[in-house]
Ligand binder design. Sequence first.
Ligand code: GDP
Length: 344
Amino acid sequence: MTVTPPPGSAGSNRRPAANKTAQTLAEQVIGGDRRALARAITLVESTRVDHRTDAAELLDSLLPHTGEATRIGISGAPGVGKSVFIEAFGLHLTRQGHKVAVLAVDPSSVRSGGSILGDKTRMEELARDPNAYIRPSPSRGALGGVSRRTRDAMLVCEAAGFDVVIVETVGVGQSETEVDQMVDVFVLLAAPGGGDELQGIKRGVMELVDVLVVTKADGELKNAAIQSAADYRHALHLLRPKHADRSAAVAVSSALHHEGVDEVWQLIAEHEQALKASGELERLRADQAKAWLWSEIREGLLERLKTNDRVQQLLPTVEPAVAEGRLSPTSAAQQLLAETDTDG
Ligand code: GDP
C-alpha cells in the first residue's frame, strides 16, 4: 500500500506502480510455497538498494495475512542449551499441529571456534520436520545483534502460515532488548548454578523476562536447577513487573529428556492469552510497530546521507577537520545535514 497524503498536502512521492515480481512472490508465500518463503526472506534481508522497493511491496502485500502468530523471543548465553531446547520445544509444538518458524540470529560472529549454525547437527530433527522452518538470520556483525530485517522475516513467516514464530538470539545484553521489541513473549534460558551466577544476568535483561526457564534439569544438575529456579523466582519477584498485574513465570526443563517443555508452552500460551484478553497485546504490537517505523526512518535517513554525492565529497575534508579539532562536530554535522536539504 502507498500512503495517500491528505487532500491539499504536497506531492505524494508514490512508489512505482504495483510490482509484478513482488506480487507473485507474495501469492506464492501465502500459498505455502517453501521455496518462495526462502526467496522472500532473502529479498527482505537484502541490503541492495534496488531490492528495497520490491521488499517493501512484498511486505505490504503480506501484511494483511500476518499478526495471528504467537511471537516468542528466546535468548540465553552461549552454551545454556538454546538449540537443544528450541528443537525439543519445536517438535513438541509440531506434534500438536502447530507450524513453527525459528529465526535464529546467526551467532557465528560472537562465538570463538567458528559458526555453530554452520554445524549441521544444530536442530537437525526439527529442520527435517515439514511443519517447521529454520532460518538463520545474519546478525550483520553486531554482537549477538538482531538484524533489523529479522522483523520482516517474522512477518513473511506469519503470512506463510506459521502460527508460532521463534526469534532466537545469543544473550549478550543488547540483543535481548531488540528481541523483546519484536515479540509478544520474551523467554530467557538460564543454566543451573549457585546463587552467585544469578548476578551474571543483568538487571535490565531480567526486567524483560516473561518466562524464565532453567535448563539442564537432569542428572547431577537437577537439584541445582530446582534451587536456581527458586532463586530466580525470588529475584524476579523483587523487580517491577513488566506487565501491570502479571509477574514473570519460572520453569525448569531438561530438553535433553523432553521434560518441562510442555509446561513452558503452557506458560507462554497463558501469557499470550492474558495479554490478548486485557487488550495489552494490541497496544504492545502497536507500540512496537511505531518504534519499528522510527528505526526504519533513522536507518533510511542515515543511508541517504551517507550516499549523498555532496556529503561524500565533503567527508574527506570534514572528518579530518573534526578529528584534528579544527571544526566542531556540531558545526560539521550541520553542514553535512544541510547538504541533504536540496534533495527534495
Ligand atoms: P546453545 O549454545 O545455547 O545453543 O546451547 P546448546 O543447545 O548447543 O547446548 C550446549 C550444551 O549443553 C550441549 O553440550 C548440550 O548437550 C548441553 N545441553 C543442552 N540441553 C541440555 C539438557 O537438557 N540437559 C543436559 N544435561 N545437557 C544439555
